[in-house]
Design a binder for this molecule. Structure first.
Ligand SMILES: [Fe+2]
Length: 454
């Protein structure tokens, strides 16, 4: 028992120390008046999401002050001739009020607790019956105060080649230093179809000011490229002062208002775990914070009934941790056997504030007859971080039944992943656009992958 207490104290001390080292390594972050993040009658926090078939639907969410009680979206096929806007059709939004008083913010930039009120309106629309592989333009507003016309392209109905961006935790200094990372990712992959955010998008999930930093940092990228996001532990925080001592955590109050994600998971975990099929790839989002056990049966059903060649999973807490003093046995014990059994190709994760990439051991009994085990690889696991908060990388993965091929620390990173028929190409870039890591997965006719070019 004494050993346990000493061990626990050591862990707490090391976390405090690592945070201290981090906070000492950068100057104090920007200060904002509360008025900086307040909404107005003009639409802001405009966010594009997929919530259904990406070839025929698109979802958009935005924020206004509470005086705006009705929202509209207009959409048309975009043409070079700007008069295309005359052909736009109008849809009325679902409007919801986000109202909370005396929310506790754990620490402001002076590391003091503060209490805030939120009373804003959010508006959400899913545009339907769109044509595949078509450039559309949309705008949102109340009929008087509008956004700009924003262009996006619907997915192909067939399995055409495509790419997407994946980022780990943004979380800290979001406006100051995450902005350059997400903008560099757009410069590197302007043709990307969407962006995966693997949790901890902000530090205090209930903090409107931090979400405003996230929207200001991403700018029009967030309203032009759909986001697929899962919550991290920082999107589950105590909401009120009374919740701190009993460690009662609740999902970011903004999450369901500002994201419109697929609702095909468990009913009490709406928009925090789901699947989406995009041009021959099944993307599965898992919520590694809540009801991990309860999601397992759902996960198996989604994997078992997957008609697609490729499967990509994303979640916040890594199956194989990248950083020292970190481990997540529950999702590893429950979900990794299913990843093995159903041949998940790639697992994208965050949380550890360093980089690691490797592959799980592949057992012969999981292989189809006739495959040469020497050339086959198991599920590839990646942990990455996009924000400036950095931790030390683990020396190796010897404690796991996996092989680590690459690690890194003290680097803000983004990834561009492309899928073209039987080839998945992965590239990890630093915040200044240098190539940091890469590999290809080649899938054979039996569905077995070979890892090459790494
Ligand atoms: Fe985290």
């Amino acid at each position: 028992m004494l050993l346990f207490i000493v061990h626990k104290k050591l862990i707490i001390a090391s976390i405090i120390l690592s945070n201290l080292v981090f906070s000492q390594s950068l100057p104090k972050k920007s200060e904002f008046d509360i008025s900086w993040s307040n909404p107005s009658k003009y639409p802001d926090h405009i966010l594009l999401n997929y919530s259904d078939d990406p070839a025929s639907t698109i979802s958009v969410t935005w924020r206004t002050s509470r005086e705006i009680t009705t929202g509209f979206g207009e959409i048309a096929e975009a043409k070079a001739d700007p008069k295309f806007v005359n052909k736009a059709t109008r849809t009325i939004a679902t409007t919801s009020n986000l109202k909370y008083n005396n929310i506790v913010h754990h620490y402001n930039s002076s590391r003091r607790k503060s209490f805030h009120n939120v009373n804003h309106n959010y508006h959400s629309i899913t545009f339907k019956d769109l044509k595949p592989n078509t450039v559309y333009a949309y705008r949102v507003g109340d009929g008087q105060h509008w956004s700009e016309w924003i262009q996006f392209t619907t997915a192909h109905r067939t399995n055409e080649p495509f790419s997407f961006v994946y980022v780990g935790d943004a979380q800290n200094y979001i406006y100051d230093l995450w902005s350059r990372l997400i903008r560099e990712s757009y410069k590197k992959a302007p043709q990307a179809s969407f962006i995966i955010h693997a949790g901890d998008l902000v530090d205090d999930g209930h903090n409107e000011e931090e979400w405003h930093e996230w929207f200001a940092a991403g700018g029009w990228i967030h309203r032009s490229l759909p986001s697929l996001a899962v919550p991290g532990n920082h999107e589950y925080r105590p909401l009120y002062q009374k919740d701190i001592a009993p460690r009662k955590k609740s999902l970011s109050i903004q999450w369901n208002h500002q994201f419109t994600l697929p609702n095909n998971g468990l009913s009490d975990l709406q928009e925090t775990h789901y699947f989406l099929d995009y041009q021959g790839v099944r993307f599965i989002a898992l919520n590694s914070n809540e009801k991990v056990n309860e999601q397992t049966e759902w996960l198996e059903t989604v994997l078992k009934n997957n008609p697609h060649k490729w499967t990509v999973v994303f979640l916040h807490h890594p199956i194989y941790s990248a950083s020292t003093r970190r481990d997540n046995p529950e999702p590893r014990n429950l979900w990794k056997p299913l990843f093995d059994q159903y041949g998940v190709d790639l697992v994208l994760q965050g949380h550890d504030h360093s980089y690691a990439r490797g592959a799980a051991s592949l057992y012969e009994e999981n292989l189809l007859t006739g495959t040469n085990i020497k050339d086959a690889t198991g599920t590839v696991y990646v942990v990455s971080v996009s924000g400036p908060k950095q931790y030390d990388a683990k020396p190796n993965w010897d404690q796991y039944d996996a092989r680590r091929d690459k690690s890194g620390e003290n680097k803000q990173l983004f990834q561009v992943i492309s899928i073209d028929g039987n080839i998945l190409s992965y590239k990890s870039y630093t915040a200044i656009g240098d190539l940091f890591d890469s590999f290809d997965l080649i899938k054979n006719d039996n569905g077995i992958n070979s890892l090459t070019n790494y």
